[in-house]
Ligand binder design. Sequence first.
Ligand code: DOR
Ligand code: ZN
Length: 344
Amino acid sequence: MKTLTITRPDDCHLHVRNGEILKTVLPHTARQFARAIIMPNLKPPVTTVAQALAYRNEILHAVPEGISFEPLMTLYLTAATTINAIKLAADSEHIHAFKLYPAGATTNSDAGVADITKIYPLLAALEKYNLPLLIHGEVTEDNCDIFDRERVFIERYLLEITANFPALRIVLEHLTTKEAVEFVESAGEKIAATITPQHLLFNRNAILAGGIKPHYYCLPILKRETHRLALVKAATSGNPKFFLGTDSAPHLTYLKENNCGCAGCYSAFAALELYAEAFEKADALDKLEGFSSFYGSDFYNLPRNTETVTLEKCDWIVPANYAEITPLKAGESLHWKIQNVIDI
Ligand code: DOR
Ligand code: ZN
């Protein structure tokens, strides 16, 4: 049997929601990942340390018995965030970053920032207190083509932000374009990026060719093949600026198969398997461990994990659903399976 054993990974970009959905999805992540950077786009958003600590407790309650899992909390940056709130967050051992959503860019981003240039004093505070800024990098204007929104965000905002705040640690989340890869490669050492499994495995045909497939719809939206190839090259390059962040984003099936379907792919049920598939196709399985288990924790100044996980080569069919959530590749086969004492 072909197996691959690597250091237990971390998911550096994860949505687990709260309430009932949390109880369904969190065990999927906890059985693979030692830690995860938890996105704060709940309703209402997680904007204070107290809210983040309460949310952290709710997450810890959903961790199955016998498994160790550490939620790494983030706060939602808004125009109303204060410098004192940033200082308090920096003082908390459980808050690891602030997340910037341009207002209207994606799910639950209404509370996001409408004019990024107005929050420069907050970026200065993040730089001063050495808290990373996680960015959903898309402009939001209706008149900007949805396939161009990431590239335009980089040109319009990121070049200036990185020039003005050279010591600010930034993660450009869920890269989708060649231009974003080039930006991260050429930016200073404080700038890193996450890449999702869906952006490594699929291009925009997955959503639009042969019928519309809402479970492949996420934001930033899948791009054309040239971009996917650039992402695979970056992820498998061994460059520590690129690391694993699934952006697993569960929505109830009826809210995705809908007149106005929600953005988000549910990948946590087999995240590492999906990445293994992408790395194997690129003949780069030897680069999976650095991407999945080392570079993210190094960026966040966390110790590397010491446990291991083992994947075995075996074909299995993704179920049609987990509770009321349709997973990525539902009904299709995957070729790697994580060996774990706890079945899902
Ligand atoms: O597809 C997405 N879904 N992209 C995001 O940025 C947010 C996420 C969600 O929360 O559903
Ligand atoms: Zn996300």
